[in-house]
Design a protein around this ligand. Structure first.
Ligand code: DQA
Length: 148
């Protein structure tokens, strides 16, 4: 069955307790359960991964090339710094949608720059955990089974 990868980066394992006024009270498990449920409604498989380590995120992206038609990526703070993630996204030639729970553009200036954005097919931010659902819908709409 067609499938997507939901990939979360550093500190997103702390969702639920981390700055709830910014990131809300849903845990990472809640968020992943919502993505899995949405995927079954769309008729696709969903794999969820999280790592605090840049290299592990690269490995998950590389592995996605053979198994998924697209990736929903919240790279956390690596969004603003990681040329390695940029290179991996370009290298795997998969559609990657950058997501953020918060509206990074209304926060500190250092969050306004995404070094990975030019390698992605688009960015969705500011809708809480629903950012992921919107990204899944966008991947499905443009790259899902039957669209190619
Ligand atoms: C985040 C925004 C980033 O700036 C931050 O470093 C995160 C979470 C978000 O989902 O809003 O860790 O990616």
């Amino acid at each position: 069955m067609a499938s997507v990868l939901i990939l979360n980066g550093p500190n997103l394992n702390l969702l639920g307790t981390r700055e709830p006024e910014i990131y809300g009270s849903d845990t990472l498990s809640d968020l992943e359960a919502a993505c899995l449920a949405h995927g079954s409604g769309l008729g696709i498989d969903v794999e969820c991964r999280q790592s605090n380590h840049e290299g592990a995120l690269l490995d998950h992206l590389h592995a996605a090339r053979d198994t998924h038609f697209g990736v929903v990526l919240n790279a956390g703070a690596f969004t603003h710094t990681s040329i390695a993630l940029y290179d991996a996204i370009v290298g795997v030639e998969l559609p990657v949608i950058e997501v953020h729970i918060s509206n990074v553009h209304s926060r500190e200036a250092f969050r306004h720059t995404s070094v990975i954005a030019p390698a992605t097919v688009g960015q969705i931010c500011g809708f809480g955990p629903h950012s992921y659902i919107l990204a899944m819908d966008a991947l499905m709409h443009r790259y899902g089974p039957g669209t190619g």
